[in-house]
Design a protein around this ligand. Structure first.
Ligand code: 3PG
Length: 221
């Protein structure tokens, strides 16, 4: 994969995630729930999802959710090269990691799969910039100071786009999305473990639709 091709792919994935403005962070215990979950998210108005490598079902869930023609599926909580390989093999279109790992980033770049590494500090943002990456997950967002922290970090790093995740929900997502440095927000609130365990797809769709409505009402000034 040439670096030109890779950067074009990164730009395309960034645009897709940015267009939806909300990235559900999915933790699935059982890949059998993947297909109905994909349908429930799309019915609620979302087109992207991050499936985390926190369970053994992750790769199979990515494979099953990727079969939905309208859903763009990435892998999250990717902390090793092996997980990158498994995610790509399962069809993940992008990789997200909770922190900044030079090893994971280099491996993704070698394979040509877009990565949004996690950052929590100015130093980690500089590491991302050194690696040629300007779109980062900001994790854990609320605990780090929320929008005030993003505002402070975006002053020196004007080109950086953030995907704040951690403590984001329908009540505060508009505050995040109103900041020009925020590409999209991530979170689990519309795919809470209890909803997935109960197979309550109607509630997943309802919460997703409410989040989409809240994101559309957010000021993008
Ligand atoms: C993540 O992995 O991105 C976070 O655990 C999501 O945080 P939330 O559960 O507060 O949305």
């Amino acid at each position: 994969m040439t670096s030109v091709h890779h950067s074009e792919q990164l730009a395309a994935v960034t645009a897709t995630v940015g267009a939806g403005r909300i990235l559900p962070v999915v933790v699935l215990q059982d890949a059998a729930a993947a297909a109905p979950l994909a349908a429930a998210l799309v019915a609620g108005g979302l087109r992207s999802a991050e499936v985390t490598f926190r369970t053994d079902a992750a790769a199979d869930a990515i494979r099953a959710m990727s079969e939905h023609p309208e859903l763009f599926v990435g892998a999250g909580t990717v902390v090793t090269r092996t997980q990158v390989d498994k995610a790509v093999e399962a069809g993940a279109r992008f990789i997200v990691s909770p922190g900044f790992s030079p090893t994971v980033v280099a491996h993704c770049q070698q394979l040509g799969v877009p990565i949004f590494p996690g950052v929590a500090t100015a130093t980690e943002i500089q590491m991302a910039l050194d690696a040629g990456l300007e779109t980062v997950k900001f994790f854990p967002a609320e605990q780090l100071g929320g929008t005030a922290m993003i505002k402070a970090l975006s002053a020196p790093f004007r080109s950086v786009r953030f995907i704040p995740t951690g403590g984001v929900n329908t009540g505060n997502l508009a505050d995040y999305l109103a900041h020009p440095s925020v590409l999209a927000v991530g979170g689990t609130w519309m795919v809470a473990p209890a909803l997935l365990a109960a197979g309550d797809w109607a509630e997943v769709t309802r919460l997703t639709a409410a989040a989409v409505t809240a994101s559309q009402e957010a000021c993008s000034c």
